[in-house]
Design a protein around this ligand. Structure first.
Ligand SMILES: *[C@@H]1O[C@H](CO)[C@@H](O)[C@H](O)[C@H]1NC(C)=O
Ligand SMILES: *[C@@H]1O[C@H](CO)[C@@H](O)[C@H](O)[C@H]1NC(C)=O
Length: 414
């Protein structure tokens, strides 16, 4: 589905047991500020806003769960020698839901992929659908950045851990896979609300509860299911709400929440909450940066520019298709006083953003507000999408049966 706002999977899920490596398309992610800044501002070293090129082993996430790394970061294994620019990372919205992996025999296989599932070596594998009336025999997934996976549906027993075994797990057996899914990626894990997502297919045991912490590029986060996910403390919860019911967005498995307003440097924008309520606000980990309806985005950039008035704007060099338009030249400066941005969700769940959750760029002479406005010409231009850039280092708990999403933590290594 083409939504207005650029996205691509930038997170990698490293499966230790089970089928293989998946590139992780979660639906949703955020970050809490360390603490409330003085008057809503944080003095931030400019160097901390730039990409890091070394994986910090000490930053490893908790020992539990499935490790997650940034696809373009130094912790993702062989990785990319030159990380793509934000402009290159920002592509198109991705479809969610099904889980697929590469299968033998493979007509076209992903580069750097090491493992393939061999259906003929499995006694429990069956071709086609095992969830009545859901799928035919073949699937064809095309992602926003034009990567594709085409193959057949199949079913087999999925083992996440020795104690977590799911017979008749429906997945895509990819025979023809092309594009940049990340170095060493062998497939995709669907965490949406659709019937075929991993969340739905493991509901008997995990009760549709999972959590993730998306790491910064130099550390390792984790994905947890079921009870392990709920064992984390001090989360702030907001309710999951119904989507618009008409736009096809719900069918695509997105998670809708109630965003009420946004603050910049302790001042509320006072955008009417109806702006965020129709057609709604989704949390999506497949979308890179948070995208707002124009009315909210104009208010945000105006407040941000006011708060950053003492810093020079970076002019020129805006490439065609670059949706980041509020950029500063901070070269030669050691620190910058950044306004904290707070997302005020329903039920008092305030998510505080600072540092890299607020500013993004590869180079100190051009660091940009990491939010974008929806283009009017695109479908769903009034939709608000909370992207993964704003979720970095936050624990995000999806409690689908409890009808709520929890935010917490500061850093993935707890
Ligand atoms: C998959 O879908 C795309 C886009 O609809 C189409 O161009 C392509 O030919 C399809 N591939 C196969 C093998 O069906
Ligand atoms: C950024 O600022 C520095 C120092 O003031 C200046 O030398 C440089 O030309 C500026 N670069 C851009 C791209 O504006």
């Amino acid at each position: 589905m083409a939504i207005l706002c650029p996205s691509t999977a930038i997170y990698h899920l490293l499966f230790s047991s089970l089928l293989l490596f998946f590139s992780c398309y979660v639906s949703g992610i955020p970050i809490y500020g360390a603490e409330e800044g003085k008057d809503g501002f944080h003095s931030t070293p400019v160097s901390s806003l730039l990409p890091k090129n070394k994986c910090s082993a000490s930053a490893r996430g908790g020992s539990q769960g499935l490790p997650i790394t940034q696809k373009y970061g130094p912790c993702s294994g062989s990785g990319h020698s030159q990380p793509p620019s934000p402009q290159e990372i920002l592509a198109e919205m991705n479809p969610d839901s099904i889980t697929w992996t590469q299968c033998k025999p493979c007509v076209r296989c992903l580069k750097d992929s090491h493992r393939h599932f061999d259906p003929s070596a499995s006694l429990t594998y069956s071709l086609g659908s095992c969830i009545p009336s859901t799928v035919g025999n073949t699937y064809n997934m095309t992602y926003g950045d034009k990567s594709t996976s085409v193959g057949n549906y199949g079913c087999d027993t999925m083992t996440l851990e020795p104690s977590d075994v799911f017979p008749k797990f429906q997945f895509g057996c990819g025979r023809n896979n092309e594009g940049d899914f990340g170095s060493g990626a062998d497939g995709m894990l669907g965490l949406g609300q659709g019937q075929l997502s991993t969340v739905s297919q493991t509901a008997s045991k995990f009760k549709k509860v999972f959590s993730y912490c998306l790491p910064e590029e130099d550390s390792i986060g984790s994905l947890l299911f079921g009870e392990k996910a709920t064992s984390q403390s001090s989360l702030k919860f907001t309710s999951l709400v119904n989507g618009p019911g008409t736009s096809g967005l719900e069918e695509s498995g997105y998670y809708f929440v109630k965003l009420l307003d946004i603050s910049v440097g302790n001042k509320r924008l006072n955008v009417p909450s109806s702006v965020f309520a129709s057609p709604g606000t989704i949390i999506d980990s497949g979308t890179v940066i948070t995208c707002l309806p124009q009315r909210a985005y104009s208010a945000l950039t105006a407040a941000f520019k006011k708060a950053m008035a003492k810093y020079p704007l970076s002019n020129g060099r805006r490439k065609k298709g670059d949706i980041l338009d509020t950029c500063y030249n901070l070269s030669g400066r050691k620190d910058v006083l950044l306004p904290e941005i707070v997302l005020h969700f329903g039920e008092g769940a305030d998510v505080r953003l600072n540092g890299k959750r607020v500013i993004w760029g590869n180079d100190a002479s051009r660091l940009c507000l990491a939010f974008a406005g929806n283009s009017k010409s695109t479908m769903n231009s009034e939709l608000t999408i909370i992207g993964n850039r704003q979720q970095v280092s936050l624990t995000v708990l999806y409690d689908i049966q409890g009808g709520r999403i929890g935010f917490g933590g500061n850093g993935c290594s707890k």
